[in-house]
Write a protein that binds this ligand. Structure first.
Ligand SMILES: Nc1ncnc2c1ncn2[C@@H]1O[C@H](COP(=O)(O)OP(=O)(O)OP(=O)(O)O)[C@@H](O)[C@H]1O
Ligand code: SF4
Ligand SMILES: [Mg+2]
Length: 327
């Protein structure tokens, strides 16, 4: 079955006075219909840049450099998001493509009741006042909020409730694709778990596809079907959650999984060093300065994301038979 969203060769960067500093480099990614795809990686590895590039919401000095993003909706309609004009994008956003930005929990307008904030956009998209209100109530139900929340001001709600209102607003048009960036980062563990369960309910109820961006491997383990591990603007590994957690192939995935705190209190084997900024991306494999398995080839040659097993891709020379034999 063709992917709902097929990303090919996507690069995005920061426009400087003389040149562009690449942040996200040559990303190839298929997002399958109905899946929850986790995109995970340390702070600064380009997750939000990828999310905003997918939504075509990059803000200068951010620039989209190259690539294509084919979105296939029901009834055979397909669009290359890279080529769409701003007005065409406005038609698609919210209705088919929905975005929950990082930190959005604090973006509700403090002087407007939830009702206005949820229904205004629906009305702008052509719904009557009555339809918008019933859509808003239905969306609130999906996140276990009662209709009376519509009469509240944001300051009357807890952080978890505000985040739920944001999610409800984002799904009220029943979009095909939801891109959610660090949805639960600011919340306590219990609320986080509840919201992740609600997200699974939304996927099942609406038949939506979700890209969930997070730096937290624990979140991915709880909710995602597949996971794309990002490092320094590239996909290091892609596969099913079970596959990657049981047998991570890329040394970076191994380090991330090794860094998850154990309930047993066992010592955590963390990753050494820090992720590089886009101005200092290393040559060859960008992970090489931190990689415990580095060999000479890694410093000069960039590994390509290649299929390694059923439903598993990794970008690492260790799995490149000819190169590893030379090492
Ligand atoms: N508008 C901008 N101006 C300057 N630097 C930027 C801008 N946007 C992104 N960057 C830089 O690009 C890199 C990637 O940023 P991005 O926000 O995509 O990372 P992230 O993986 O989402 O990080 P986090 O987990 O902290 O949210 C970082 O080094 C960041 O400082
Ligand atoms: S290519 Fe080399 S440096 Fe990069 S992850 Fe693989 S072994 Fe480590
Ligand atoms: Mg981010």
């Amino acid at each position: 079955m063709p992917a709902l969203l097929e990303i090919r060769g996507l690069s995005a960067g920061l426009q400087g006075r003389r040149s562009v500093t690449q942040v996200v480099s040559n990303v190839d990614l298929d997002v399958r219909s109905g899946e929850i795809l986790g995109v995970v990686g340390e702070s600064g590895c380009g997750k939000s840049t990828l999310a905003t590039a997918i939504m075509r919401l990059l803000v200068p000095p951010q620039v989209l450099q190259s690539g294509s993003m084919t979105l296939r909706l029901n009834k055979g309609s397909s669009y290359d998001l890279v080529k769409l004009s701003e007005s065409e994008l406005r038609e698609l956003r919210w209705r088919h493509l929905s975005y929950i930005p990082q930190g959005s929990m604090n973006s509700l307008n403090p002087v407007l009741r939830v009702e206005r904030q949820m229904t205004d956009t629906l009305i702008q998209h052509g719904l009557s006042d009555k339809e918008a209100r019933s859509r808003a109530i239905a969306a609130l139900e999906l996140v276990n909020l009662e209709p009376k929340i519509l009469y509240s001001y944001p300051h009357e709600l807890s952080g978890g409730m505000r985040q739920r209102v944001i999610i409800a607003a984002a799904v009220s048009m029943r979009p095909a694709l939801i891109v959610a960036d660090e949805l639960t980062t600011a919340l306590d563990v219990v609320t986080q778990r509840q919201i992740l369960q609600e997200l699974i309910g939304i996927r099942d109820e609406l038949g939506a596809t979700i890209i969930l961006i997070t730096h937290d491997m624990g979140v991915v383990a709880q909710i995602a079907d597949r996971v794309a591990v990002m490092y320094a603007g590239k996909i290091a590994e892609l596969g099913t959650v079970n596959g990657i957690f049981e047998t991570p192939l890329h040394p970076y995935s191994q380090g991330l999984i090794g860094s998850i705190p154990r309930e047993s209190g066992q010592r955590v084997e963390g990753l050494l060093g820090e992720a590089p900024s886009p101005w200092n991306y290393p040559t060859g494999c960008r992970f090489h300065p931190r990689c415990p398995k580095v060999f000479a080839h890694c410093r000069a040659q960039t590994p390509a994301l290649q299929v390694q097993a059923s439903d598993r891709w990794a970008a690492c020379h260790l799995y490149d038979a000819e190169v590893a034999a030379d090492a």
